[in-house]
Design a protein around this ligand. Structure first.
Ligand code: NAD
Ligand code: MN
Length: 482
């Protein structure tokens, strides 16, 4: 695949350009440890160029009529689907995720452009009966150049979550993909040009967070930052954006919980609980990395879960049968391994996994067998900190009140799942848990059509649904006196 894909340049104003400095970042294939591609590393002057270009197309882009803007976004969705296989292969190889998952995520990106293509000509302002003689009108104005900063775990999907609503509301964007995973974002930018989206509307500037990301954060012509990544950098983004009052939305970390009650359908719950944390090898802000189990079913649940953990097919990302690929890098694996050591020191019982495969070809890549801890307590660091890897820690509980209290013993508040046949209890608990998103009897909680985001240290603002449109537009009120 992708023969001749040796270097990749920035995408600014419709042109592929090297960084001014001539610098490139080498990307490492996480399945082999080999460098396979070089990507131009943007610095402040490159970011400035991209922002200037975006600012220049601000006015023409907002004036593109609603039908044409819808058509452009739909065309991009079609091109994404036509390029599904190469995009999925690129993503799978870059991130180390199973090819089957990568295909789903590419489809999700296309779905996202279709969804926001549909809102362009349906979302407008209002007339409001104000207490004054005259007519009051509201408009939803674009904000201006949006700086989008994306993470490495779901590169194309999260890029689409940000780019599609930003463009739909009439904003140009400058996207800074994660340093490790710029490839599908660059390809998406090219497809946008092919779809007819004017040059300069969608720019992509790969580079280091501390250089390119920082330059975007500090650029005076950037009016809004949408960031997905760690809580630590998210806080820095918000502090820095405050200097010129840029609008900010943040999607940050999580330490979400599964709450399994004794009346749950265990046949359903066991595999779904497993995938609620092991999807994308646990590198998911929504990962339900805490497992709270009611005592009567605690032993049985863990027994069954251990068997399923051990039966997982870990393998090369591009193999059709692979269920779990690599982590993003060996550095990330080392970080996760440190947590596994810590969990044992803290007194949790490692039931299985947490080992580095030694057989070929897995020995060359950033592989790790999924780890399951029993007898964790709510305040252990492994039960409090976001590990961002295939690690689940189980905590027993007795009562509903206790389960809710444990679930809420977290600085984070993103997601979670409740497993019970008692719908009254499920809803009562869902309301009592402090998170932005929750699901009942499923480990899945992201729906394009509905708001997604966190409370507490998991972030500010919402992505997706119609809710995100408020974060890519400003209300303008106009009053006409009689
Ligand atoms: P990070 O927060 O450092 O990076 C996220 C994005 O921000 C990347 O594009 C990065 O280049 C950029 N960035 C970094 N420093 C910046 C700065 N000073 N100014 C502007 N942009 C900057 O995340 P990471 O280092 O890639 O991963 C570390 C941890 O973050 C993970 O282990 C995980 O806990 C968490 N994380 C969460 C998510 C999520 O979906 N919420 C995604 C990725 C990582
Ligand atoms: Mn970082």
């Amino acid at each position: 695949m992708t023969q001749g894909f040796v270097t990749q340049d920035l995408l600014i104003g419709g042109d592929r350009l090297p960084a001014d400095s001539g610098q490139y970042t080498e990307l490492i294939d996480p399945a082999t440890g080999d460098a396979w591609i070089k990507v131009a590393a943007a610095a402040a002057d490159d970011v400035d160029r991209a922002v200037q270009v975006a600012d220049q197309v601000r006015s023409p882009w907002r004036r593109v009529n609603s039908r044409d803007r819808t058509q452009l976004l739909l065309k991009l969705a079609t091109l994404i689907r036509e390029n599904l296989e190469p995009l999925a292969q690129l993503e799978s190889r870059n991130v180390g995720k199973p090819i089957r998952d990568a295909r789903d995520e590419v489809n999700l990106a296309a779905d996202c452009f279709e969804y926001y293509a549909g809102v362009v000509n349906k979302i407008g302002g209002q007339t409001t009966p104000v207490a004054a003689a005259g007519t009051h009108l509201t408009f939803r104005e674009p904000i201006g150049v949006c700086g989008l900063i994306a993470p490495w775990n779901f590169p194309i999907a999260i890029t689409a979550w940000k780019v599609a609503p930003a463009l739909a509301m009439g904003n140009p964007v400058v996207l800074k993909p994660a340093t490790q995973t710029p490839l599908t974002a660059l390809r998406l930018g090219e497809l946008a040009l092919e779809a007819g989206i004017p040059p300069g509307v969608f720019n992509v500037v790969p580079g280091a967070g501390s250089v390119a990301g920082e330059a975007l954060l500090r650029h005076p012509l950037v009016r809004k930052i949408s960031f997905t990544g760690s809580t630590e950098i998210g806080m820095h983004v918000m502090r820095t954006a405050a200097d010129d009052l840029k609008r900010v939305t943040l999607e940050l970390g999580g330490k979400s919980a599964n709450l399994v009650f004794a009346d749950a359908d265990l046949d359903l719950a066991v595999p779904k609980v497993m995938w609620s944390v092991l999807g994308n090898a646990g590198q998911d802000c929504c990962a339900r990395s805490r497992l709270l189990i009611q005592r009567p079913v605690y032993d049985e649940f863990l027994h069954r879960l251990t068997q399923q953990f051990q039966a997982l097919r870990i393998g090369p990302p591009l193999d059709e049968s692979t269920e779990i690929g690599t982590l993003i890098s060996t550095q990330q694996r080392d970080r996760v391994l440190d947590y596994i050591t810590l969990g044992q020191q803290e007194g949790a019982t490692l039931l299985c996994g947490g080992t580095v495969p030694t057989e070929s070809p897995l020995d060359r890549g950033a592989y790790l067998t999924p780890a399951l801890f029993a007898h964790a307590t709510p305040n252990m660091r492994i039960a409090q900190e976001e590990i961002f890897g295939p690690v689940l820690c189980a905590i027993p509980f007795d009562t509903e009140e206790e389960a809710v209290a444990i679930a809420n013993t977290s600085l984070y508040g993103l997601s979670g799942s409740i497993w019970t046949r008692d719908i009254g209890r499920a809803l009562r608990i869902a309301r009592a848990i402090e998170t932005g998103v929750l699901s009942i009897n499923t480990g899945h909680s992201v729906h394009l059509e509905a708001p997604f985001g966190g409370v507490k240290h998991s972030g500010i603002g919402r992505e997706l649904g119609l809710a995100v449109l408020d974060h890519y537009s400003e209300w303008k009120s106009i009053f006409i006196a009689e």
